[in-house]
Design a protein around this ligand. Structure first.
Ligand code: SAM
Length: 294
């Protein structure tokens, strides 16, 4: 840390006051003011000189600066136009940082990545995400199959718990499976509220998604697989048989649904929350086969 780091309480306050910046809660603006935490995030993402980084929501540049000190290039998407002149000033010592004034959910991230980075380059997404859109942002990044090694992001602790959860736990659900289909998920560390201004109402954690070379299960029709997974958790307390009958009720009799589940080697009385991804994949292929026969 140096006196000049953006992420100190004093410098952050000075920047915000000088530019007359007021936080927009609706944009999930909670800025980091602790360089120690920032360095731990950059460490968790294993950013080195050969890494290219994609950041979402640079704010006034707290994390961007620490990334820029280690990475050879940083490209950051920021939705709030009021932050652009601030970033121009705070990040002026780092010419290898590019800020794009766009909503990441609307941006063609894949094209930006292919235009800015070389094929086969070591790439990572690192961000302190706006909490109101964490899931859509993560699902967009995962589903687009960006050529990144990992996604290391600050999220609400509860979301990190849900994403990293395994079968048989209360946090396990369709989000866990959706994320774990694309990546190995774990929580690198938890973060106290005191390192943000303004302080959020929720606890936070650093979620680390290490992108898989290929999904852990073979699925013919991904859309059907994810639809079935969501349907299995539609009513968490109900059995698989009940949730599946509700979902396929228009096409299959309850007895047929029961048979398909049994043929997949699964007890129809189990609940969705006890099923492993392999079992969901087996169910998905059996149901899709059975429906095709109709
Ligand atoms: N990285 C900064 C830090 O750690 O201090 C700020 C993090 S703050 C939690 C989230 C940032 O994301 C804000 O700067 C906010 O304006 C920006 N943001 C919110 N929604 C966005 C979106 N859809 N696309 C891009 N940036 C967004």
């Amino acid at each position: 840390m140096t006196d000049k780091d953006i992420a100190t309480p004093k410098r952050t306050r000075e920047i915000l006051e000088r530019f007359g910046f007021s936080f927009k809660k609706s944009l999930g603006q909670n800025f980091l003011i602790d360089t120690n935490i920032l360095n731990r995030i950059v460490d968790a993402a294993e950013v080195t000189e050969s890494t290219g980084v994609i950041e979402i929501g640079p704010g006034i540049g707290a994390l961007t600066e620490q990334l820029a000190k280690r990475a050879h290039k940083v490209v950051a998407f920021e939705i709030d136009q009021r932050l652009i002149p601030i970033l121009e000033e705070t990040l002026s010592p780092y010419p290898h940082v590019e800020v794009i004034n766009e909503d990441v959910l609307k941006a063609d991230v894949k094209q930006v990545v292919s235009g800015r980075f070389k094929d086969g380059e070591d790439l990572a997404v690192v961000a302190n995400l706006p909490y109101y859109v964490t899931t859509p942002i993560l699902m967009k990044l995962l589903e687009e199959n960006l050529p990144v090694r990992s996604i290391v992001v600050m999220v609400q602790k509860e979301v990190a718990d849900r994403i990293a959860a395994g079968p048989g736990t209360k946090d396990y659900g369709s989000l866990s499976i959706a994320a774990q289909y694309y990546a190995h998920a774990d929580t690198a560390f938890t973060v106290p509220k005191t390192v943000f201004v303004p302080q959020p109402n929720v606890d936070s954690a650093i979620l680390r998604l290490t992108i898989r070379d290929k999904p852990p299960v073979e699925v013919e029709d991904e859309a059907f697989f994810f639809e079935l997974v969501r349907a299995s958790f539609a009513q968490r307390r109900k059995t698989l048989l009940n949730n599946m009958s509700r979902h396929f009720g228009e096409d299959l009799e309850k007895s047929e649904v029961e048979k398909v589940i049994q043929e997949a080697g699964i007890d129809p009385k189990r609940r969705g929350e006890s099923l492993h991804m392999e079992e969901f994949a087996e169910l998905s292929s059996r149901f899709s086969g059975r429906l095709a026969e109709k």
